[in-house]
Design a protein around this ligand. Structure first.
Ligand SMILES: Nc1ncnc2c1ncn2[C@@H]1O[C@H](COP(=O)(O)OP(=O)(O)OP(=O)(O)O)[C@@H](O)[C@H]1O
Length: 301
């Protein structure tokens, strides 16, 4: 893995309160790397330090070998940002915004090709104020890419979008990566992180609580498999509690939901057979990143 972003022991405090408290990670070239965590965890502060928008109190950051606190100008040439709550003048058209931003860079991308890639060609004459949420986000991605960056930072890209626009935006992010750009993605959405990210850093109260692939995070948390069924006759709680590798048991409206491992699944099936119990609507599913997040941090996002 060729590292393009290296963060080591990053620290930032506001008014004596540490909001980023010793964060370290490395992002490899071509990765989609996710930062996931609850509100106020320090995600935006971390990416703003990486982008050179905030100066860290301690630690080291290298972006394509550059220090963003000292080489901010050079960093803007290799790193493009779509930051949270971006706004443009309502009367600016899509084309004007693309031309304006292209003028900021010495070697900008061909904005017409970029507009085509992001599905903006048919709306070049539309004013920013009349765009839908999804169209605005696609424009912000285009503006983040217009300087031909190696790395793009996308912060809460799909917040406020409807499910269709969110899925369309995910496809755009996958295309961006396929074009060779490394993506640093900040998100609240587990489904988004699970679908897009190669690796995820879970951040809670300014610290990384886990860093792994989505599957790795799920497997690492207790209860990576979920079994649910409605038994034909009640099952003794003690028998359930004695199941091997059991992580949790939940009863709801006569339905039992267990989380555990493959070993738990086998033992449940034996238990049902032994007791001549029929399991209605038996479902065995993988735990989601949501389950893993709760399990690994004890928090909600
Ligand atoms: N300029 C500032 N001055 C004082 N406190 C700040 C400042 N910027 C951020 N904070 C505080 O630092 C903490 C971390 O904020 P940050 O925006 O990095 O979190 P986040 O994980 O991105 O949260 P969210 O998911 O809500 O965007 C929060 O408690 C926030 O209130």
């Amino acid at each position: 893995m060729n590292p393009v972003v290296e963060v080591s022991d990053l620290r930032k405090s506001y008014g004596g309160r540490a909001v980023v408290d010793g964060v370290s990670f490395t992002i490899g070239e071509g990765e989609i790397f996710g930062i996931l965590g609850p509100n106020g965890a320090g995600k935006t502060t971390t990416v703003e330090c990486i982008s050179g928008l905030r100066v860290p109190d301690g630690g080291q950051i290298r972006v394509a070998g550059l220090d963003p606190a000292h080489d901010r100008e050079a960093v803007t040439r290799v790193l493009g940002s779509q930051l949270q709550e971006s706004e443009l003048q309502a009367k600016l058209t899509v084309q004007e915004a693309l031309e304006l931003y292209a003028a900021f860079y010495p070697n900008p991308a061909d904005w017409r090709a970029l507009a085509e890639r992001l599905g903006l060609t048919s709306m070049l004459k539309k004013r920013f104020g009349t765009l839908s949420g999804g169209q605005k986000q696609r424009l912000f991605i285009a503006l983040a890419l217009i300087g031909n960056p190696k790395i793009v930072v996308l912060d809460e890209l799909t917040t406020g979008l409807d499910p269709r626009a969110r899925r369309d935006t995910w496809e755009v992010v996958e295309d961006v990566r396929a074009s060779g750009v490394t993506v640093l993605l900040v998100t609240h959405f587990m489904e988004e992180a699970q679908r897009l990210c190669d690796r995820i850093a879970l951040i809670d109260q300014g610290r990384i609580t886990a860093l792994d692939t989505p599957q790795g995070l799920i497997a690492r948390s207790a209860g990576s498999t979920v079994i649910s069924f409605t038994p034909s006759t009640p099952i003794d709680d003690e028998e359930l509690a004695a199941l091997p590798a059991l992580a949790s048991v939940e009863h709801k409206n006569g339905r039992i939901t267990l989380s555990g491992t493959d070993e738990t699944v086998n033992a449940v099936i034996s238990l049902l057979a032994r007791n001549h119990i029929t399991a209605h609507q038996l479902r065995v599913t993988d735990a989601t990143l949501d389950d893993a997040f709760l399990n690994l941090t004890g928090a909600t996002s």
